[in-house]
Every structure is written in structure tokens, then in C-alpha cells.
Design a protein around this ligand. Sequence first.
Ligand SMILES: Nc1ncnc2c1ncn2[C@@H]1O[C@H](COP(=O)(O)OP(=O)(O)OP(=O)(O)O)[C@@H](O)[C@H]1O
Ligand SMILES: [Mg+2]
Length: 430
Amino acid sequence: MQYERLVNWARDEAAQRQPSQKYVTIWASVECSNHIALKQVKAGRKLRSKARYDGYQALDCPVIVQINDCGSYNKKMVLTAGSGAFAFKFTTEDNQSFEVIYVSAYLTDDLQDLTAIALVPQQYLDIWAAFELMCSKAVRPRIKRRRDVYIIGGTDAFFDPTVDWSDVILPQELKQQLYDDVESFFSEGVGIYKKLKLVPFRKILLAGVPGTGKTMLCAALARHAIAQRRIVVYVSGSDRDGASFEKIQRAFQAVAAARFPTLLVVEELDAYLRGDDKARILNVLDGIESPNNPQGSLMIATTNYPEAIDERLTKRPGRLDRIYVIPVIQDEAQAEAMLRHYMGEHWHDSFSVVIPDLIDQPGAFVREVALQARMLAAHNRQTEVTLELLEKSVDSLSYQMKAERDFIIQRRGMGLTNNKPRIRRAGFNP
Ligand SMILES: Nc1ncnc2c1ncn2[C@@H]1O[C@H](COP(=O)(O)OP(=O)(O)OP(=O)(O)O)[C@@H](O)[C@H]1O
Ligand SMILES: [Mg+2]
């Protein structure tokens, strides 16, 4: 066992440093070796259990490799989590000094998951626990109320959502229900949850095929939330770590620490539920470990694959409270509204003939059709978009999508792909 090497090394080290001391070995918090904690928890700090923290000494430990993570903190790149060996020093209220020998390491090749153990004198376990708590508080992302979105795991640190609620074209009733759900939670819901002694954390899932406007809805809700002086935390799978449990955990910590009502956006929730982390994510959604922000937090998650979301989530209200299906274009009225929106001042009443072809398509289809027709008209130096150009654009995109579907079906027939087709459009900000 890999961790035995850590423990054996730590025991030898402890025996040499403080031979008379009796230690117990415990699983420890990986946050004690996080560089942010090492820097922020200063020697001389009083701990809750009336002891004092006297600083640390980094130890040379040949059985581990020292690797650090880095990330942005207060807009600067800094070292964050890291493996390492340390002697943490403490003094008790009756002036007894003691050390804790601590080792954190990456034990598996494929997971960037730290494991930490500590040798602690048994009578001082409470002092150690107070120190661990202080370290994890130091590491927890701190959110100030700001006028943009706090992104966890994305390639940019912040972004400003620009989608307006009125830009999203969907059946009015659906939009209203969703809006009322969000608003009634923040206005009355939080109080009701608390009266019932429930953690005020509500979870909503937006499900639908690609391109129906789920990301747009999230961006519009984010913009609205900011206008209401709420905090928005957005979990992104776009950095090199992809969709990991660790990100959800960091987001939940940020939400719990936010002292304001918070909207948490988790795009493509299904991706987080595919790997080994599924059980852990189910647990945090379950309520016991869900973020307890007294001001209330609402999670909006999206998915193209509701079937990939575990039954244990969808079948039991409480894990996900509401599921809204975001549909493709339902009827002529919606198709016309969408086409008018994307044609803008180039709209012409003759365009109504293409409307039946837009039914059952996602909004992204209409956007692309309109964009292409407008671009071609501009390219041909035409001042107006003709019906002919628009029809051509509808036909070519329909043809392209059919060809793409056939191609994927063929590939599946040959056993070349076992993934569902996925048209990826990057970005939260359409
Ligand atoms: N209901 C809609 N109203 C207005 N525009 C829409 C709508 N649906 C899609 N669009 C247009 O299509 C683009 C892509 O939509 P969006 O990214 O929101 O889809 P999505 O449902 O999140 O797709 P995916 O499941 O692939 O993430 C939007 O930026 C917008 O321009
Ligand atoms: Mg999306």
C-alpha cells in the first residue's frame, strides 16, 4: 500500500524528533499543505482550543514527489494545493510544545487527488482539528459581492453575462414558470425553508437537446441575479481538469461562504455524473453536505442527456427539485418570433413561408439560418436579404444536419463511436 510508505516515513521522522511523544496516525485534511493556507495561517495564531500555532518546518521526505497546483487568487497566479511533508508546531495553554508530523502526497498516477496523513499526539487531537479548520477556511474561495460572475474551473476568472431575459425566445408560460420559481425562492422560499429547518438550497435542472437556449437562459438568469445584487457562481468544465467532483466541491464551498443570496450555475451536469465521482456528487446534492448559505442558494444545472442523470437524482425530489424541459421550436408563433429576432431590421413579411420548416428545430438553427442569409446578402452587396437567400440558407443547414446525423448513424453501425452525437458550442456567453 502506497500510504504505508508515508506513514512509515512519518513514524521514523516523529521518533527521531520527539522520541518520548506517543502519536496516533490519522487521515488529515489536504488543505494544511495548500500554499495559500501555509501563507495565510500565520505563526502566533490563537486556535479555538486555546492553543497557539507556532509555524511550520518543511521536511525533506524522499518517499514523495513535491508537485504543486497553481491557480488565480485575487487575480494573480499563485501556488495552491501541493504535496509535501511538514512539522507543524503548537503550544498548549499550559505551555506544552508539541509537533504534528504531516505528509500529503499524490498516491495514484491518474488522479490528481491528494491524500494526507498526520501523526498527532492523541491528547491534542482537538488542537489539530482546530488548525485543520483554520487551514480550510483560508483556502476556501472568498467572494465579494461583485458585478460579474465568479467562475470556478474556467479559463477566465470572471465574465459579464450580456444576455437579456427578453432575448430568450421560448413559450411564455415556460419562461414565466422558471422566472417565478427563481424569484419566489429568493423572496419567500428561503424563509420557508428555514422555518421547516431545511437548508435553503434549491436545485433546478434545465434539460433539452443541444441549441434550445439552456445556456442562454443561465446567462440571462445570471444577469438578472446580478442586477438583484445576488452573487453568481459558475462552474465550468472548460479548463484542463474538465468536469470533476473537486470543482463542484469548491463551488459549494464558495456558495456556503458567500454572505449573499447566490445563484450557482452548473452547465452539463451529466458530465460530472459519468465518472467515479458520481456517488460523491449524489451525496453533496442530497442535502447533508449541501451548501448552507443562510441567505439562500439556488443551483441551475443544464443537460442534453437527462437519461445520463442518475435515476436516484431525478426520481427523488430533494436531490433535484424541479426539471424544466427546454423544447425545440413548438409552433409557428415561436418560429416567427425567433426568425424576426434574428433577422432584425432585415425582416420581410414574405419570409413567413419558411416558418413551417423551423418547427421542431432548436433556436440555434434559426440563428444560424438568419446569420448566414444576412452575411451572404452583405457579401453580395445586396441591401436587403431576399427570400431566395433565406430559403437557400434553411435548405443548406437542414441538409447539413441530416448529413451529419446519417454520418454518425453510419459510424455507430460500424462500431466507430459509442458516444452520442454532440454538437459542441463553446461558451456561456452566446
Ligand atoms: N430559445 C432561444 N431563444 C433565442 N435564441 C436561441 C434560443 N435557443 C438557442 N438560441 C440561439 O442559439 C445559440 C445556442 O443556444 P444555447 O447555447 O443557449 O443552447 P443550449 O441549449 O445551451 O445548447 P447545448 O445543450 O448544446 O449547450 C444561442 O446563443 C442563441 O443565439
Ligand atoms: Mg449550453
